[in-house]
Design a protein around this ligand. Structure first.
Ligand code: AMP
Length: 316
């Protein structure tokens, strides 16, 4: 990818503020924090900030800065790993001098003055490493903290190098990143160690998911169930993959009831394209991992119907 405009924009701004999506995952934080360290290592005199609300289970990766609106004056704002503007954490993203999007999701919402979007990349963190390689001979410098975050982001978004999005390039970058000095075991522990409450809810999901003849699986996590297991909505993100290994499941959906009575839909697939279904309900995402929010259990039934149809018409 050509990063000339991006590199130029970073060069031209003294203050750079980096955002990412709401409910961050390791790739959102890894790309955001990795880019921050990369820029700081390269340009020690620039002011680089990372913003967004914290997810307590991921603060071991990196902690956010708290900044006033004034900081945005003449700032370059970079948004990592966020396909659509509505999902950007911290709505001040558009009050800076210039806006850049760096992402690996389909570019349906083309926000920003510059877009570095690569849907072939396994993760946005992989794109940050691409940027480093591109700009290396212009003086860009990697350091241990950046390597740790970028590696963590790649690990998170590839399901530990399992998903088909993992390419030869992904492995090459990972091989280079592990030569930096960071504690890989501690990083894996931080990402994958689960609280006992979440482990118990995983058991509930495996006991109670529904599987249709078409190969579609669903599970509904109501407020009552979440309360019973003492698991919050953010934490449910750690469980969405658990049905992926069950024999016969082509695609699956988690329906999670939120505090404001919206129902969050998390779709995953091993074949049928499901981001078109998410898009029908004003959501989006990747062909094999997508999401949306609906406002009733009737709408949930409609999503189930659509997913079932997608599984019926899909053949291996
Ligand atoms: P999640 O289930 O939250 O891990 O989301 C899976 C993928 O779907 C992510 O990569 C998001 O980009 C995308 N996604 C989830 N929810 C939405 C939404 N409401 N609108 C657009 N994209 C979404």
């Amino acid at each position: 990818m050509n990063f000339d405009l991006l590199v130029q924009a970073i060069e031209n701004h003294d203050t750079i503020i980096i955002h990412r999506h709401v409910r961050p995952d390791p790739d959102a934080l890894g790309s955001q924090g990795g880019l921050m360290h990369l820029i700081k290592e390269t340009y020690p005199s620039k002011n680089v900030y990372i913003v967004g609300s914290a997810d307590p289970s991921l603060t071991f990766l990196i902690e956010m800065d708290t900044i006033d609106d004034d900081f945005y004056k003449e700032a370059l704002v970079i948004v990592c790993d966020t396909a659509n503007a509505a999902r950007i954490d911290d709505t001040r993203y558009d009050i800076g001098d210039m806006l850049i999007k760096i992402d690996h999701h389909p570019n349906v919402d083309e926000y920003g003055d510059i877009m570095s979007v690569d849907t072939e990349a396994s993760s946005t963190s992989e794109i940050i490493y691409d940027l480093f390689l591109y700009a290396k001979n212009q003086g860009y410098k990697m350091n241990d903290q950046a390597a740790r975050l970028i590696y963590g982001g790649i690990v998170g978004d590839t399901g530990r190098f399992l998903f088909p999005s993992t390419t030869k390039k992904t492995f090459q970058y990972a091989a280079e990143l592990v030569t930096y000095n960071f504690d890989r075991s501690a990083l894996y522990d931080g990402i994958y160690n689960t609280k006992e409450t979440i482990a118990r809810l995983r058991g509930y999901i495996l006991q109670n998911y529904k599987l249709s003849d078409s190969g579609m699986s669903t599970i509904k996590l109501t407020k009552a169930i979440l309360n019973k297991f003492d698991v919050n909505i953010m934490e449910t993100g750690q469980l969405v993959g658990v049905l992926g290994d069950v024999e016969g499941i082509k695609a699956w959906a988690f329906f999670i009831e939120e505090e404001d009575d919206l129902i969050r839909v998390r779709l995953r697939s091993k074949g049928p394209v499901i981001n078109t279904i998410a898009a029908k309900y004003n959501g989006g995402g990747h062909p094999m991992a997508a999401g949306a929010s609906v406002d009733s259990w009737e709408a949930v039934e409609q999503v189930i119907h659509d997913l079932d149809q997608a599984c019926i018409s899909y053949t291996y």
